[in-house]
Write a protein that binds this ligand. Sequence first.
Ligand code: CO
Length: 423
Amino acid sequence: MPERMPKELEPAGGNGLLHRRLFLKGGAAALGAGSLGLMTAAQAKERPPWMRAPGRALSGYGSRSPYEDHVQRRPLSAKGTDGAGGSWTPLEALEGMITPNPLHFERHHSGIPNIDPGRHRLLIHGLVKRDLFFDMDALSRYPMVSRTQFIECSGNSYLAGLPEQPVNATCGELHGLVACSEWTGVPLSILLDEAGVDPAAQWILAEGADAAAMSRSVPLAKAMDDALLAIYQNGERLRPDNGYPVRLFLPGYEGNMSVKWLRRIKVTAAPAMTRDETAKYSDLMPDGRTLLFTFPMDVKSVITSPAPGLELAGPGLYQISGMAWSGLGRIAKVEVSADRGATWAEAALSEPVLDKAVTRFRMAWRWNGSPSVIMSRAMDETGATQPTRDALIAAKGRKFAYHYNAIQAWGIDGAGHVANVYA
Ligand code: CO
């Protein structure tokens, strides 16, 4: 007679997916119970070496455990340059919804400027009643707000699905140009109101103080809605690689528009058609035409554990954990499949589920040790759903490089090795 299964461990989908109630109100005890017998009473009484002498001294600025030093971004520079390129966040090594500042992805066009905040100035000019000029002291006196929201490079993930054959890389190397932080700063609308925007104005041009003078056109409506001049990230001043001392932050929009090291905002009647928005950040369609000004990042999710870069130790109960986000609003639902998309079950969403933030989802899975394909698909509050890879390529071809958001499949072989696969 089969053992009676606790309610928390009821199957919810094919190939061992368990009901998400395992992650709701106390059900999780069933998941962790297995490791309790590993330590004997004698072992518990023995004092480890670090209890036999005082530990290291206090310090002015914290550092992580040396045992975690292997958790690194993966920098990749454009040929012949040191500072143009990107570095990818190791998503498979992280948890929760917030990205640690030192592991936040990078995408720079001409290196990271070493800006003296005492000499940095921000100019607002163009179609305004009066030009405004701010130093950091003046800017910091305006009312600030804090928002926890994601930022994603528009080129994120294309390597995961557009090549003919699946690229063998870690989860972070395929999808790690996304991060989520608490951003604190001054709403741009306050400063634009003070400058007095001309009724003919429809756009702004935002320019950075890097050697590339990276610049993008932003619709005035977005600038007046929720654009932020961010000064703090996760409670501390921005890091140089995130735009110190001040960056533009445009919730939900492709990351390059959140111009770092912001030095100038020009209010204009029309988009400036800068080099950065014509040579790049436009999407080539199968008919040869190019989409310009594709701003919001679409709904996406990815399982970060198990994922390439991690291995499964053997058959048993596993926690599937992943990230979901949408530039259009809140995540409404994430579903997970463990049988290559034949059946799907709803994952548990970790609170808080915030507007345009990364949402962590979890699912319990009993892996029986046989080769399996796991996938996740997210839906946001507007009803937008992640497409399959086939559907996305049918609609957009494979010449585009931006806004790739198809469902990601991870293949797990009998030895527990995880790899990028096309399902
Ligand atoms: Co775009």
